[in-house]
Design a binder for this molecule. Structure first.
Ligand code: LMR
Length: 328
């Protein structure tokens, strides 16, 4: 009887441990650098909600906002080490992995977000999702944030107003060239450091979307914002080929469709935030919003546009032409 009892106990133990193993959901980490009340923050939370609703008990998505887990300097490296499974850096931050995406940084290339969207959805735009395949990075989709504005601790009306001023930029050589084109000094810094750099006056200005200027309180430490709409700040949601291939095919389909829906949700928020966050900044009276006349804006265009030629060989003339054509 003792033997029987032992056997039963061992069997029961095996059974519970296998049930436990089965019941343990697979953890997926999604890391990003912005606040939660942003297009990217809301998209990531929607993705979590949909995956957990559709694969209950099987997959759990943990979202880490505000550079909590990884920041600009290490999030893609962490992805390749499978320390995180999804990240969505701005398109300006992939330069180490492909030069093709530099297209999105060319100043005054896209007239508005509809043009950006048309280009991203075109064959050329969709092909770019695979531009980092050889590096083990899979592009799953684009997410909008919006057009960038110029903020500074003094008014920027003509390009000469930027002369000698230090601007924080994302790690992109195109953005560096863009500020050099107006004789300003570009400083590559991670997003998590921007507020303090502006507050302490270590730098004079920066470029960003209304949503980032609002959610990270840049407007509280910048006296002027020029509504320049001079470039786009959008994202690519990426995972690693190692992780993506490790998923069972049927789960991968559910995860991808959840992401597609989350991206559509994030894009709606991006569109709404342009006016909403701008209006909140305006109402706060912390920062003066400068509207350029057509003639003033043209000055910025003629100063910055020559940057295209510097990068044409690396990006490809055909790709640039396709992007220009998306302005219709
Ligand atoms: C920035 O670094 O300014 C942006 O890329 C932050 C973000 O992810 O929107």
């Amino acid at each position: 009887p003792l033997k029987k009892l032992l056997k039963a106990t061992v069997l029961a133990g095996l059974l519970t441990s296998s049930i436990q193993a089965y019941a343990e959901p697979i953890q997926i980490k999604f890391s990003h650098v912005v606040a939660e009340n942003t297009p990217k923050g809301q998209m990531a939370l929607k993705f979590k909600e949909l995956v957990e609703q559709r694969l209950p008990g099987e997959y759990q998505v943990n979202v880490f906002p505000n550079s909590q887990l990884f920041g600009d300097n290490n999030e893609v490296a962490a992805l390749l080490l499978n320390d995180v499974q999804f990240v969505a850096p701005s398109l300006s931050k992939f330069e180490r992995y492909t030069k093709k995406l530099q297209i999105f940084d060319l100043p005054f290339l896209f007239e508005n977000m509809e043009s950006v969207d048309r280009f991203q959805q075109s064959d050329s735009g969709q092909k770019l999702l695979n531009s980092m395949k050889r590096k083990g990075i899979v592009g799953l989709g684009y997410l909008h944030n919006g057009m960038k504005q110029l903020s500074a601790s003094s008014p920027l009306i003509l390009p000469s107003d930027a002369n000698g001023k230090k601007f924080r930029i994302m790690a992109s050589d195109v953005l560096a060239a863009q500020f050099q084109a107006v004789d300003a000094i570009p400083v590559k810094k991670p997003f998590s450091e921007v507020f303090t750099l502006l507050q302490t006056r270590a730098i004079d200005g920066q470029e960003n979307t209304w949503s980032n200027i609002y959610s990270k309180k840049f407007f509280e430490v910048q006296s002027h914002i020029t509504e320049s709409n001079h470039g786009v700040l959008d994202y690519m949601v990426v995972t690693s080929s190692t992780f993506w291939k490790s998923l069972p095919a049927d789960k991968r389909v559910v995860i991808k469709s959840s992401l597609d829906e989350a991206l559509a949700h994030g894009n709606q928020i991006a569109a709404a935030k342009v006016n909403k966050d701008k209006a909140t900044i305006e109402a706060s009276k912390r920062s003066d919003i400068i509207q350029l006349t057509a003639a003033q804006r043209l000055e910025w265009v003629s100063s910055m546009k020559p940057v295209w030629r510097q990068f044409e060989a690396k990006i490809g003339k055909d790709l640039i032409d396709a992007a220009v054509a998306s302005n219709k």
